[in-house]
Design a protein around this ligand. Structure first.
Ligand SMILES: *Cc1c(COP(=O)(O)O)cnc(C)c1O
Length: 400
């Protein structure tokens, strides 16, 4: 048995292999420089063009580009009419922003447990959380694997709820041929550098509903409009605008948008490489009984953002903490996604029970995110697999 790097052995990789990284091409750089040489740094043609490109990629009629994925979620909740006293059922295994957006609007996030195989929000768990106060569902495509939108849409139709899909992980994923972005009432995206497509900071909100689209655009731009169809006094003159809602300045700049459009031309390439790496990991890990990976019923349609491996820490007689530290020592830049949101101290202070979602808690104890990004070399992916095997072998030997 090889000595683990954490115990003084030679690390599997001679450099730290990061879990995520953006891929910026020379074309991306040129697109940004072109904007800097032009007339508009914001509110110009690059933002409009990026929104058009996103319509194409997501198969939607209305797109508003915004400052980041959190702003996208906030605007989605505002457009959905979330306010004081309203409850919104939210995924438990997600980034805090998926729930914070409800609190921004004065509403109450209610966490639903995950499916033990897909690790996405469970439709049955959503049902169990619905009350007379429920107004919406925020479902996250964890790791890029599409939520069960057919079941969730049916629940939302039955209970008259707004279905918001937090697709921060899922640009490029589709379901039965329809792109993510077009499958919920409102879909939000993030273009943070760790995500599949980046604009530095950035996000977008998509919908096919014209009434929701109008509200999304309004809330993202101060609540101010010049649209003559919306103005109360449409005959004031060309300079005239009105504020109709208390909105925010959540605009994306043209500098970011130009990067976004350039990145979107590479989405096919990004998706294919990620899919290839996921297939490699799945193949390599399928013969290790102590680990399991995310169930995806249609991997050919998925653009994966994260590759999470679950370690059966009970059988291995170890802790996730040990495996995490041991992998880092091997040069594998692992991470953890996510601590269930209700267990963050802020939410604990608000009184959320720490045991409200048992599957999510169990997932958290076992989950480690392995490196997955476009620029990850075959050799690096092999190092990841070798390091996992080395640590599993060690745990088997020690626990025997
Ligand atoms: C990244 C992320 C967000 C927030 O996006 P930002 O652009 O960082 O504000 C929201 N939800 C999920 C699931 C995310 O992963």
């Amino acid at each position: 048995m090889q000595t683990l790097a954490i115990e003084g052995g030679k690390p599997t990789s001679d450099h730290m292999i990061g879990y995520g990284h953006q891929s910026i091409s020379e074309e991306d750089v040129r697109a940004i420089v072109d904007v800097l040489h032009g007339d508009f740094l914001t509110c110009g043609p690059a933002t409009e063009a990026f929104e058009e490109d996103l319509k194409e990629v997501t198969g939607t009629s209305f797109v508003t580009a915004v400052a980041n994925g959190t702003a996208a979620l906030h605007v989605a909740c505002l457009a959905a009419g979330i306010g004081f006293g309203d409850e919104v059922v939210v995924s438990s295994i997600t980034f805090a922003a998926s729930a914070n957006c409800v609190l921004y609007c004065g509403g109450t996030p209610v966490f639903a447990d995950i499916d033990p195989d897909t690790w996405n929000i469970s439709p049955d768990a959503i049902r169990s959380r619905i009350t007379s106060k429920t107004k919406a569902v925020i479902a996250v495509d964890f790791g890029g694997v599409h939520v069960d939108s057919d079941a969730i849409r049916a629940i939302c139709e039955e209970h008259n709820l707004v279905f918001i899909e937090d697709a921060a992980h899922a640009i490029g994923t589709s379901h039965n041929g329809a792109a993510v972005g077009s499958l919920a009432d409102i879909t939000t995206f993030s273009f943070h550098p760790v995500k599949t497509v980046t604009t530095g900071e950035g996000g977008a909100v998509t919908t096919n509903d014209p009434a929701l689209a109008e509200r999304i655009a309004l809330f993202a731009k101060h609540g101010i409009t010049r649209d003559v169809n919306l103005l109360r006094n449409p005959d004031e003159g060309g300079w005239y605008y009105e504020q109709l809602e208390l909105g925010y300045n959540y605009r994306m700049s043209d500098i970011q948008a130009a990067l976004g459009s350039s990145q979107l031309t590479r989405l096919g390439e990004f998706s294919a490489r990620r899919r290839e790496l996921v297939a490699f990991y799945n193949r390599e890990f399928s013969d290790i009984p102590e680990v399991s990976f995310q169930k995806d019923v249609s991997p050919g349609e998925t653009t994966r953002h994260l590759y999470v491996l679950r370690f059966d820490v009970e059988t291995l007689k170890t802790s996730r903490r040990f495996i995490y530290d041991a992998l880092r020592a091997e040069g594998i830049g692992v991470n953890v996604h996510y601590l269930p949101v209700y267990r963050l101290p802020y939410y604990q202070d608000k009184g959320y029970p720490a045991d409200c979602c048992p599957q999510a808690n169990c997932f958290y104890e076992e989950a480690i995110t392995l490196p997955l990004h476009f620029g990850l070399a075959d050799e690096e992916a092999q190092h990841v697999v070798d390091a996992v095997r080395k640590i599993i072998d060690y745990c088997r030997a020690v626990s025997r």
